[in-house]
Write a protein that binds this ligand. Sequence first.
Ligand code: GDP
Length: 196
Amino acid sequence: PLYHRAEYLLNAPNLKTTPKGVEYEVAFAGRSNAGKSSAINTLTNQKSLARTSKTPGRTQQLVYFKLDDQRCLVDLPGYGFAKVPPKIQQQWQTELERYLEKRQALHGLVLLVDIRRSLGEYDRQMIDYATHLNLDVFVALTKADKLNRNNAKNTLFAVQKQLKDSPGNVQVELFSSLKKEGVEQLHNWLDEHLNV
Ligand code: GDP
């Protein structure tokens, strides 16, 4: 499949440096340690495309992975690490909002949330901001293998309920990189949003 052909393209510190000619892209966001790198590696069937051990809060950039000449996946910096100085954090927030608002190619947001932590304040903000911009959101409840089936399902229903009044199009699914759960659903959602 298309996703298995992903390769690293470039790092972009801001909207201006994002690649030209891309027509469809989907961005991946989440709290640090939510399992975002693992999810990207799982989706692309690669061991270390998105590095799983990064220095938290290092440079805050958009990391582009190319699928084909028109399509990319974009890894946003993980949030929630206090190490980033407030001034840098603020600058990045401005760049991120500009990107989410202005990037023509952007067609959706995948938000990774650790199933044991549920939605944090920043997760809610990302969902609200994206839906306000008319971007569809896929919430992947990661590490679903850490809970037994009942608890995983109940958490899924609870999060779906929390988000049911969201103005936009928000889909919530269980996900596990370890057990390859939810991979097909996310591939299908990506297909739709990347016009595959
Ligand atoms: P990131 O900071 O969001 O990129 O998170 P990582 O992908 O680096 O994962 C953070 C930690 O969670 C690592 O120790 C991973 O091995 C672990 N992890 C990620 N996905 C899963 C999963 O599906 N199941 C389990 N059990 N652990 C996971």
